[in-house]
Unconditional design. Structure first.
Length: 94
């Protein structure tokens, strides 16, 4: 129980720091890391982590989405939702 409390305090401090930097690249990089961790957990639950034809593209997309949406929004002034919808349509077609 003591370990969980210490871990939760540490994670809360990290998340507060990330939220304070939400207008910077640090926020999208942190979201990318969390997305890859979440996809990894889902892949392990469904025993897909060793099926590389499925898992590697999922990891790449999970890591790229927050970063690319940040770049599209800041550099090219494209609203984030338009980029995500366009990418979803491309992925749906292929």
């Amino acid at each position: 129980m003591k370990t969980r409390v210490i871990t939760s305090i540490f994670i809360t401090a990290v998340l507060v720091a990330i939220l304070l930097l939400s207008e910077t690249f640090v926020f999208s990089a942190a979201l990318s890391v969390l997305a890859v961790i979440a996809v990894n957990e889902i892949m392990r639950v469904f025993a897909l982590d060793k099926k590389y034809a499925v898992s590697i593209p999922a990891y790449i997309i999970a890591a790229a989405m927050p970063t690319l949406s940040f770049i599209m929004q800041r550099v090219f002034d494209i609203p984030e939702y338009k980029f995500i919808v366009a990418l979803a349509l491309v992925l749906f077609v292929f």
